[in-house]
Design a protein around this ligand. Structure first.
Ligand code: E4P
Length: 224
């Protein structure tokens, strides 16, 4: 499963990129607005920080012509850019046209398998299935993810199911179990994926035993 960071914060992107496990970044208008910086410069900085990563940048137009115009502009910024388009009728129509022009898209605000079907048929590169926002209102966000993954596999669509609106590591566990292609998450959640108390306890014991025995890896080397 690919791991994306869901942020507009370049410091977070650089930190996660250092770990060597980052496949891409998703942004949305809210996240970009939070940076207090320009849209284009932020997206270009993220592209530089994650060479070869897929960087999603979202349109704000809601009509067919407007979406196409913005998508053309945003995709011209960098070859790594994937244009994020909302799952509305004009959006799906635009995704179909963009696919025929060879422009990669990420269809966002998807909450059901029928919406995912429309995105897949239009030729979406990624289908962003939001889970946290459904769980927030007592739903089961991961159900649509599992159904969408099965739908993609059953009919052989090329789209990848991207689990979005992730709130905690258990959502990542559930995304793995559903066989999702990608998970995008806040930095705090990705950072937490490393953690296990038995790792900390185990490492401490190994090092204590090693040091108590007075062992060295570089035997004979001068200590500094
Ligand atoms: C997806 O790409 C969205 O940017 C994001 O995951 C939305 O998450 P939220 O529900 O935490 O705003």
């Amino acid at each position: 499963m690919k791991l994306f960071l869901d942020t507009g914060d370049i410091a977070e992107v650089e930190k996660a990129a250092e770990w060597g496990v980052l496949d891409g970044v998703t942004t949305n208008p809210t996240l970009i607005a939070k940076t207090g910086r320009g849209f284009r410069e932020t997206v270009l900085d993220i592209c530089r920080a994650v060479p070869n990563g897929a960087i999603s940048a979202e349109v704000v137009a809601t009509d067919y012509e407007g979406i196409l115009r913005e998508a053309q502009e945003i995709s011209s910024w960098h070859p790594q850019v994937v244009v994020k388009v909302p799952l509305i009728r004009d959006g799906v129509r635009a995704v179909s046209e963009l696919a025929s022009r060879g422009i990669r898209t990420n269809v966002t605000l998807v909450f059901s398998v029928t919406q995912a079907l429309m995105a897949a048929k239009a030729g979406a590169t990624f289908i962003s299935n939001f889970v946290g926002r459904v769980d927030d209102i007592s739903g089961e966000g991961m159900v649509a993810v599992a159904e969408s993954v099965q739908m993609i596999e059953t009919y052989g669509f090329d789209s990848e199911v991207l689990v979005a609106s992730i709130r905690h590591p258990q959502h990542v566990v559930d995304a793995i179990r559903a066989g999702a292609h990608i998970s995008t998450m806040p930095f705090s959640v990705m950072n937490a994926l490393f953690n296990h108390p038995l790792t900390d306890i185990g490492l401490k014991r190994f090092l204590d035993d090693w040091n108590a025995a007075g062992l060295e890896i570089f035997e004979g080397a001068l200590k500094t």
